[in-house]
Design a binder for this molecule. Structure first.
Ligand code: NAP
Length: 247
């Protein structure tokens, strides 16, 4: 166990059953937080994350919710508050891709990505901000992407949603700062998860100055810094890239 800076704190990570969210959940539990492991469709995977955290001496429980739906996102925050008594850290991580070139992109694919990757972040942030405002303390991290900063052919929906998350981050940071709440974004480059399976090729590796994909733990380290480390207390409204130098 590393420094337990989040002891007596509760952290909710959306989309924590796999990939980056899983690594973030483990890292925040390691920092002492009780972690709410949100998932949408993978109860077994979420239960495995909870078990892994408990085996490491940490505290966690799983809550199902599709955070692209306003009522479910509200219900998730409410359920976490009821069970844990407070909500101190929110990591908006859940995300999907529905790739396609602009001219062929189906409206349903545009909308599905907007609903989760942008609106989901808004729903959870709005719901979590209420208790954080009351307790005059909170840390919110939104997982955006370098794609939202640099664009990427085939990902108009994803890039637009992730760029939207940057605007949402900077604005909520300004609105919430006076009440002791920081809001930052972490922008991963290409990270080895289910989302990027089969994507690794020579051209991509050449474009990454570090020459390899990142690991979920690289992203989790940045989230841990922004949420658990007192050294980050005066940092808000920022976008921290974890991208091996690609952008
Ligand atoms: P992943 O391996 O595909 O995992 C996605 C996670 O999101 C799963 O836990 C999944 O839960 C959950 N999820 C999906 N739909 C959901 C919904 N409607 N409500 C709640 N949870 C939902 O993805 P990842 O690569 O770890 O990506 C995590 C985040 O990082 C995303 O926001 C992604 O855009 C961002 N990102 C990833 C990369 C990369 O290279 N991998 C780069 C930049 C940014 P279930 O298992 O229950 O479906």
């Amino acid at each position: 166990m590393a420094n337990q800076l989040l002891t007596d704190r509760t952290a909710l990570v959306t989309g924590a059953s796999r990939g980056i969210g899983r690594a973030v959940a483990v890292a925040l539990a390691d920092a002492g937080a009780e972690v709410v492991v949100n998932y949408a469709r993978s109860p077994e995977a979420a239960a495995e994350v909870v078990a892994a955290i408990e085996e490491g001496g940490g505290r966690a429980y799983a809550l199902q919710a599709d955070v692209s739906k306003e009522a479910e996102a509200d219900g998730l925050i409410k359920a976490a508050l009821e069970r844990s008594g407070s909500l101190d850290v929110l990591v908006n991580n859940a995300g999907i891709i529905r790739d396609g070139l602009l001219m062929r992109m189906k409206t349903a694919d545009w909308q599905a990505v907007m609903d989760l990757n942008l609106s989901g972040v808004f729903y959870c942030t709005r719901a979590a901000a209420r208790p954080m405002l009351k307790q005059k303390r909170g840390r919110i991290v939104n997982i955006t992407s370098v794609v939202g900063l640099m664009g990427n052919p085939g990902q108009a929906n994803y890039a637009a949603a992730k760029a939207g998350v940057v605007g949402l981050t900077r604005t909520s940071a300004k609105e919430l700062a006076s009440r002791g709440i920081t809001v930052n974004a972490v922008a991963p480059g290409f990270i080895a998860t289910d989302m990027t399976k089969g994507l690794e090729n020579d051209a991509l590796l050449k474009a990454i100055p570090m020459g390899c994909l990142g690991q979920p733990e690289h992203v989790a380290g940045a989230v841990r810094f922004l949420t658990a480390d007192p050294a980050a207390a005066y940092i808000t409204g920022q976008v921290l890239q974890v991208d091996g130098g690609i952008y």
